[in-house]
Design a protein around this ligand. Structure first.
Ligand SMILES: *Cc1c(COP(=O)(O)O)cnc(C)c1O
Length: 366
C-alpha cells in the first residue's frame, strides 16, 4: 500500500489539460530554429504585450525581492474605476483559470454537480472533478451552448453553471437577450459563472451588459482575463466580478499572494492602453476574415468564431496537425473537446495567417 492508492477516483479521472505545444518543444524535437516557428495554438496575442505593460514590468523589477501587494489594491482600484464597480466586487487570480477554480471550490464538493456545455472550455470539467463534484455536460446545439437544455439540466444537487461567451474552442457567441432569459431561469441558489475571456474582441453591440446583470442576479459571477486581448498570457492575471458577499468568500479561498508583482504592475498599465486594445481587435477582425476566406478557398468548413481563433474542419486531423508541425506551424487539435475532425487555429499577424494558409494548402493537398 502506498498513499497514492488512497487517492480518490475523482482525481484519477481527471484528464490533464492539454496545452498548445510550446515553441521551444517543437524546436527541440524537430531541430528547427525557434524563430522560424509560428505558434497559433493558444489564442495568444500576436501583437505581444502593450508597450506600457512592458515598461511597467521593467519598473517593477526593482522590487521583485518583495512580496507583491496581496490585496492587489492598485490593480483593483484601476479596474473598479474603469468598469464602474466597487473594489469589493473584484477577486484577482493567477489567470482567470485561478478564479474559475476558486468558484468551483466555493460551490462544489461531493454530492453536488456543475452544469456546462459540450465543447466548452476544458477547465470546467477539470475544476469540477477536482472538487469531487459531478459534471453534467449538456449536448451543444450548432457547436454552441444550448441554453434551454442547460436550464433543463440543472438538478437539485447543482450548485454551479459554467458559461463561456464567446466559447473556446468553438468561438460561438450567445445573444445577450438569450443569456438574460437563461439567467432568469437559473434557480437563485445556483451560481452562474459567465466566462468572458474573449469579450474584448467583440464589437460593442455584441457585448452582454454583464456587469449590470450583477445587480439583478446575486448568483452571477463574471470572469475576465488579461491573457488574450491584453497580451499578458505569460504573466497569469485575470479576475472575477461578483457581489461583494460572493467576492468576500472567494477571497478567503485564494492564496495570500496569488498574483505576482510583475503581473499586477503590467495589468494595471495594460488596462489604460486603449490604443493597444483597439489595435488587437482590429488585427483580430482582419485576421479572422483572412483565415476564413482562405478556408473557404480550400473548401474547408469552419465554425464561425467571435474569438481570436477559429476551428476548421480538416477531417484527418492527426495527419494535418503533424504536417503543419513538420513545416514549423503549431495549431491545436481539439479531439479532447469532442471535435475530432477540427483543428483550432489562433489568429496571428497577417504574415502568420498567410503562412498558415499556404502551408495548410500544401498539407491538405499532399
Ligand atoms: C484562455 C481562457 C481562459 C483563461 O485564461 P487565463 O490565462 O487563465 O486567464 C478562460 N476561459 C476561457 C474560455 C479561455 O479560453
Amino acid at each position: 500500500m502506498h498513499p497514492i492508492d488512497k487517492v480518490p477516483a475523482n482525481i484519477r479521472a481527471i484528464a490533464p489539460y492539454q496545452p498548445g505545444m510550446p515553441i521551444t518543444e517543437l524546436a527541440r524535437e524537430m531541430g528547427q530554429e525557434a524563430d522560424d516557428i509560428v505558434k497559433l495554438a493558444s489564442n495568444e496575442n500576436p501583437l505581444g504585450a502593450s508597450p506600457r505593460a512592458r515598461a511597467a514590468i521593467e519598473r517593477a523589477l526593482a522590487d521583485v525581492h518583495l512580496y507583491p501587494d496581496g490585496s492587489g489594491y492598485a490593480l483593483k482600484t484601476a479596474l473598479a474605476r474603469r468598469l464602474g464597480v466597487e473594489r469589493e466586487q473584484i477577486v484577482l487570480g493567477n489567470g482567470s483559470n485561478d478564479v474559475l477554480e476558486l468558484c468551483a471550490r466555493l460551490f462544489l464538493g461531493a454530492h453536488t454537480s456543475a452544469v456546462y456545455a459540450q465543447h466548452a472550455f476544458a477547465v470546467y470539467p477539470l475544476a469540477t472533478r477536482a472538487c469531487a463534484a459531478v459534471g453534467v455536460e449538456v449536448p451543444a446545439r450548432a457547436y454552441g451552448h444550448d441554453l434551454e437544455a442547460m436550464a433543463a439540466a440543472i438538478r437539485d444537487d447543482t450548485r454551479l453553471v459554467f458559461i463561456a461567451n464567446p466559447n473556446n474552442p468553438t468561438g460561438t457567441l450567445l445573444e445577450s437577450a438569450a443569456l438574460h432569459a437563461f439567467l432568469q431561469k437559473v434557480p437563485a441558489d445556483v451560481a452562474i459563472v459567465l466566462d468572458e475571456a474573449y469579450r474584448e474582441y467583440l464589437d460593442e453591440p455584441l457585448r452582454a451588459p454583464s456587469l449590470e446583470w450583477l445587480a439583478e442576479f446575486p448568483n452571477l459571477i463574471v470572469t475576465r482575463t488579461f491573457s488574450k486581448a491584453y497580451g499578458l498570457a505569460g504573466l497569469r492575471v485575470g479576475y472575477a466580478l461578483a457581489r461583494p458577499e460572493v467576492a468576500d468568500l472567494l477571497e478567503r479561498l485564494r492564496q495570500p499572494f496569488n498574483v505576482n508583482a510583475l503581473a499586477l504592475a503590467a495589468a494595471e498599465a495594460a488596462l489604460d492602453d486603449e490604443d493597444f486594445l483597439a489595435e488587437s481587435k482590429r488585427l483580430n477582425d482582419a485576421g479572422l476574415k483572412q483565415l476564413t476566406a482562405g478556408f473557404r478557398r480550400l473548401g474547408l468548413e469552419y465554425i464561425p468564431s467571435w474569438g481570436n481563433f477559429v476551428c476548421v474542419r480538416v477531417g484527418e486531423t492527426a495527419r494535418v496537425y503533424q504536417g503543419l508541425l513538420r513545416r514549423g506551424i503549431i495549431v491545436r487539435p481539439v479531439g479532447n473537446y469532442g471535435l475530432p475532425e477540427h483543428l483550432r487555429v489562433s489568429v496571428g499577424t497577417e504574415a502568420q495567417n498567410a503562412r498558415l494558409l499556404a502551408t495548410l494548402t500544401e498539407v491538405v493537398q499532399a
